[in-house]
Design a protein around this ligand. Structure first.
Ligand code: OSB
Ligand code: MG
Length: 370
């Protein structure tokens, strides 16, 4: 593939409901979409950064800068395969979401040129993905219970609750009382320290599928200490930035489950390597999310079809977050709580360009050759 041009755009979509985590509250989603052009085809990718560097170090502005000045210029020479991009970009430190969005656009071009679905190109084995819904921090417990009930009625089979100091044990106990059989897990987004171990011990008897990222992103040893005190598996999200992080976390017994987000790891190539490494170690993985639009969502569904994605994904339907998604048809939930893995060659045929145009705040086209 010889890449002729790459278009970046900043888009903003209103969220149907505010989404609050231990690091902040979001009412709209502003992110970057990448379109790569080659041989008359357009490949699409999403950079699901936030406006502020609270989940990781990236923002809309840093991603734009790194894409324009460092990543797009790496496409001057023809690219034999999208898997090659990660190696070519390895000397650029971090900025994984920026890398992942461009890499996704390259995979999308490749799939269209080869007439392959992304699932086929990646070696996926599943046709449908078991999914769950991630609920942000809510103002009240009764309100949270009502929201959970509505999602369960829609067909979601697993619920993830955000927790933070002051919104944890009692909330999770109340949810457990109201939904005794519901597969349930919690995510702290790194909001606790090891001194708060008693909080997690108090949740240990609630039959949670896992506790996600209780401690700081750099605190693998702390997670190992905490895991020794708990029967509930710990899962790492923010801590796993490179495939090697998963290797080290598993060796330290800092977790028993790994959340894989291709955008956190720098793309599908790194995500697949992390998946393979966890599979060899007998550690199950599942696919996390970053409030992606349909464009990023379709990429994640294909990835989640790999064999070691054994637990329900944070991959909800288009209407979970958005009134109107950027893809048509949107992502929908089957009656059995699963979502279909896309079978078409690439995302591009499903992108609703008119809608993308309407929500574009800024747009610029770059040639790899400057
Ligand atoms: O920690 O998994 C997380 C959303 C934004 C940032 C971080 C996280 C999340 C979610 C939502 O939990 C997952 C989704 O539905 O896309
Ligand atoms: Mg998380």
């Amino acid at each position: 593939m010889r890449i002729e041009a790459v278009e970046l755009r900043v888009v903003e979509l209103p969220l149907r409901f505010p989404f609050e985590t231990s690091f902040g509250r979001q009412t709209a989603k502003r992110c970057i979409l990448v379109t790569a052009y080659a041989d008359g085809l357009a490949g699409w990718g999403e950079v699901p950064v936030f406006a502020a560097p609270l989940y990781n170090e990236e923002t809309v502005e840093t991603a734009w800068h790194v894409l324009r000045d460092f990543l797009i210029p790496l496409l001057q020479e023809p690219l034999p395969h999208p898997g090659e991009f990660a190696r070519r970009a390895a000397h650029v430190r971090r900025h994984h979401m920026a890398k992942a969005g461009l890499e996704a656009a390259l995979w999308d071009l490749y799939c269209q040129a080869q007439n392959l679905s992304l699932k086929q190109a990646l070696g996926g084995v599943r046709d449908r993905i078991e999914v769950g819904v991630s609920l942000g921090l809510e103002p009240t417990v009764p309100g949270l219970l009502r929201r959970i009930e509505a999602f369960v009625d829609q067909g979601y089979r697993r619920v993830k609750l955000k927790i933070r100091p002051g919104w944890d044990v009692e909330v999770v106990q109340a949810v457990r009382r109201a939904f005794p059989e519901l597969p349930l897990q919690v995510d702290a987004n790194a909001a606790y320290t090891l001194e708060q171990t008693p909080i997690f011990e108090a949740m240990d008897g609630l039959g949670l599928l896992m506790i996600e990222q209780p401690l700081g992103e750099a605190d693998l040893l702390g997670h190992a200490h905490l895991q020794r005190r708990l029967r509930t598996p710990l899962c790492l999200d923010e801590s796993i930035v490179y495939p090697q992080d998963a290797h080290q976390a598993i060796a330290l017994e800092a977790c028993r489950v790994v959340n894989i987000k291709p955008v956190r790891l720098g793309g599908l190539d790194a995500a697949r390597r992390t998946h393979d490494l966890c599979a060899r170690q007998g550690v199950p993985v599942w696919c996390g999310g970053m409030l992606e639009t349909g464009i990023g969502r379709l990429t994640n569904l294909a990835l989640a079809s790999l064999p070691n994605f054994q637990l329900p994904a944070d991959l909800s339907t288009s209407d979970r977050y958005f009134e109107e998604d950027l893809i048509d048809p949107p992502v929908v939930l089957g009656p059995d709580g699963t979502i279909e893995v896309p079978t078409e060659a690439g995302v591009a045929p499903r992108v609703d360009l008119r809608r993308v145009e309407r929500i574009t705040l800024r747009r610029e086209r770059f040639s790899p050759r400057g």
